[in-house]
Design a protein around this ligand. Structure first.
Ligand code: GLN
Length: 282
């Protein structure tokens, strides 16, 4: 079987997914241990038995709607390659808009908190792109944190990881910038999402009846953990940006809503009101 024949057969089997040919190409390149473009240069190359078997296993997993990134084991975010597996949510390209907004407010020397860090993509990318920042990343999931730690090690990023519910692990600390992509999908959508998304950790996705549970908690608790004039930068779910901005109105100023790569309102940021001096719990 040649590369071309393998791709055609897989494309047929993967017809139910959105981009069957592209996924087949990524999977075969992974099975062959080469880049997609190098593979496509020689489509008449014959697969070895081991390569064909490895490809077959990958296509079967994808046919069962396992996310492509869990099969490939990595996803690029802000130009860095992050290891991905079911321990944490897969980094989304749309979240790069959040990372860029946070970076606009971060200066060398700043203490930065990545809340609900998952794979660690946000905190690690921030540390890589602003090495002078002191980055802390927290998550309630031990499993997610172990993956985040592996990512930090692989990317040589000196990030402090702490396990716990939202601000609990940093109870007495303040930060210049807090960035978070918290869970934000309404509970009622469970079982109705894209099949691949349902294979990601529920803990990373669902956030109460209206999807705003974590924003409510963050809007109340973040002021206690921001230094004077500090910034809060949040990712918002589809259609949620205005509601998130409204939650910040009491304690924050300069509130901005920014779009993602698809032009959808995705990021909400704001600066702690000068009159509000965060006092962490003694
Ligand atoms: N962006 C993810 C999705 O729409 C959800 C991530 C989250 O809840 N923070 O599938």
């Amino acid at each position: 079987m040649t590369v071309l024949e393998a791709l055609k057969a897989a494309e047929k089997r993967l017809q139910a997914i959105p981009e069957p040919r592209l996924d087949a190409e990524y999977l075969l390149a992974e099975a062959l241990g080469m880049s997609r473009l190098m593979m496509l240069v020689d489509k008449s190359r014959t697969l070895t038995e081991a390569e064909a078997a490895a490809f077959e296993r990958m296509v079967s997993r994808r046919e069962a709607r396992e996310p492509l990134q869990y099969i490939l084991g990595s996803q690029s975010f802000m130009g860095f390659s992050f290891k991905t597996d079911p321990r944490a949510l897969i980094p989304r390209n749309d979240t790069e808009a959040l990372c860029e907004e946070a970076l606009r407010h971060i200066r060398p020397g700043d203490a930065v908190l990545d809340l609900c860090a998952g794979t660690g993509a946000l905190g690690i990318a921030i540390k890589k792109l602003c090495p002078g920042a002191a980055v802390t990343a927290t998550d309630i999931s031990e499993a997610a944190l172990s993956l985040a730690q592996e990512n930090a090690q692989a990317l040589h990023a000196d990030v402090r990881f702490l396990q716990g519910d939202l601000f609990a692990p940093v109870a007495a600390e303040q930060f210049r910038v807090i960035v978070s992509n918290p869970p934000y999908i309404p509970d009622a959508l469970r079982g109705h999402l894209q099949e691949e998304v349902e294979k990601e950790p529920a803990l990373a996705l669902f956030a109460g009846e209206d999807g705003l549970d974590f924003y409510r908690r963050i809007a109340i608790e973040a002021p206690l953990h921001l230094s004077p004039g500090g910034w809060l930068c949040l990712e918002a779910g589809d259609g949620e940006a205005a509601a998130v901005a409204a939650l910040l109105k009491n304690c924050f100023t300069d509130i901005r809503i920014l779009p993602d790569l698809n032009g959808l309102d995705r990021v909400v940021s704001g600066r702690l009101e000068a009159s509000i001096q965060g006092t962490p719990f003694p």
